[in-house]
Design a protein around this ligand. Structure first.
Ligand SMILES: O=C(O)[C@H](O)[C@@H](O)[C@H](O)[C@H](O)CO
Ligand SMILES: [Mg+2]
Length: 393
């Protein structure tokens, strides 16, 4: 038995770089009775302290449990937290603990996670770039930056062209979005995929008008076209458009994922390991998705630990579409925090081969990165947008 002796959370951050949400991380450390350390990561923007507090409570419940018993440990926490399956704070905290547990398990068994989960179905991971369009406002700004992304070797890129529109979009908003998308399509050519991020901000009628405008630019998918809770709106969107739908970054358990799939409302599932319940729940979700012919395009907008854990899944899943990557647009401290990088080379991420998640944290950096005081908040620009893009021109 490998007992959990301590679970700790660290809220880390430095300056705000490519995006407010990406400037913070909650790092979770699981230490075992034999001195083994496993790492997990989570954060939910505007909730870092609440999530770190949940980690403390999980520690009091799981201290002394066998780290290998991930299913039992989850049931144990669920038993205590009546609201777990409806609480983002609780599931994000638990997800990080689960990820760290699997890191320990891999290290104990001397194998990278993908070898424990299903082996290698591919040798390198096709990724798409996100975070690259910081401060892009005019169509030319998007075109110039997109050109650089393609020059780096990326085969696909995602962006949100909707500026400050929220809920409704006007003719001006539609024109602006179209000009931005057109500029990017012209500069990247037909062989690079364009992915359109809506950030779940529109009502169905606006989202349908957007789809009709942007269809000619042949996007690979439309992401979260309507508000995430608006099932009826999504059905209307489905019935009135022909573009493929990606969503799932906000779902927090397999039952929610199942609901979208059963209703036929998602083509590409963007579950995120840090919200859906860690490795243990994600492996179930990918199986359900496979049965519905839904391909995975994991959400991956946080830091280096989650990036490594996500790549472990991409290595083995049979139903893989593409992987989101912020790696080249991470704040630099996130790349420096781990010893073993997972760089993107010519549009593909490499699979981490070391035991566990495959990356090790430089603990010497933790002290200087600890966030003191309140989480940064900017009332001028919502936390979920890429920095400097909440604008018209
Ligand atoms: O698809 C994505 O990468 C996400 O939508 C991010 O862009 C979010 O803004 C962020 O995760 C909010 O916390
Ligand atoms: Mg998104």
């Amino acid at each position: 038995m490998t007992k959990i002796s301590e679970i700790e959370a660290y809220i880390l951050g430095k300056e705000v770089t490519s995006a407010q949400w990406a400037s913070l991380m909650v790092l979770v450390k699981v230490t075992t009775s034999d001195g083994r350390v496993g790492w997990g990561e989570t954060v939910s923007a505007l909730r870092a302290e609440a999530v770190a507090n949940f980690v403390k409570k999980i520690n009091t419940v799981l201290k002394g449990s066998d780290v290998f018993n991930v299913e039992k440990n989850k049931l144990e926490w669920y038993k205590h937290d009546f609201n777990m399956t409806i609480s983002l704070e609780s599931t994000t905290a638990y997800s990080a603990v689960d990820i760290a547990s699997w890191d320990v398990i891999g290290k104990e068994l001397g194998a990278p996670l993908y070898k424990l989960l299903g082996g290698k179905t591919r040798d390198k991971i096709l990724v798409y770039a996100n975070g690259w369009y910081q401060n892009c406002v005019r169509p030319e700004d998007f075109a110039d930056k997109a050109k650089e992304v393609v020059k780096k070797g990326y085969k696909a890129l995602k962006f949100d062209p909707f500026g400050q529109y929220f809920n409704d979009i006007s003719k001006r908003g539609l024109d602006m979005a179209e000009e931005r998308v057109k500029a990017v399509r012209e500069v990247v050519g037909d062989n690079v995929d364009i992915l359109i991020e809506h950030h779940g901000r529109f009502n169905a009628n606006s989202a349908i008008m957007i789809a009709k405008r942007l269809e000619k630019y042949n996007p690979l998918f439309m992401e979260e076209p309507v508000h995430p809770e608006d099932m009826e709106g999504l059905k209307k969107y489905r019935a009135n458009t022909s573009l493929r739908i990606a969503l799932g970054e906000r779902i927090i358990n397999k039952h929610q994922a199942l609901h979208f799939m059963k209703e036929g409302l998602v083509d590409f599932l963007q579950a995120d390991l840090y919200r859906i319940g860690g490795v243990t729940e994600t492996k179930k979700v990918v199986g359900i998705a496979e049965a519905f012919d839904v391909l995975m395009a994991f959400h991956n907008a946080q830091g280096p630990i989650l990036n490594a854990a996500t790549l472990q899944f991409d290595a083995f899943i049979p139903n893989f579409l593409i992987q989101e990557s912020f790696y080249d647009w991470f704040p630099s401290w996130k790349r420096e925090l781990i010893y073993d990088g997972t760089p993107v080379d010519n549009g593909y991420a490499i699979i981490p081969e070391r035991p566990g998640l495959g990356v090790e944290v430089n603990e010497k950096m933790l002290e200087s990165l600890k966030v003191k005081g309140e989480e940064y908040f900017n009332p001028e620009e919502p936390v979920w947008v890429v920095k400097g893009t909440w604008k018209d021109y």
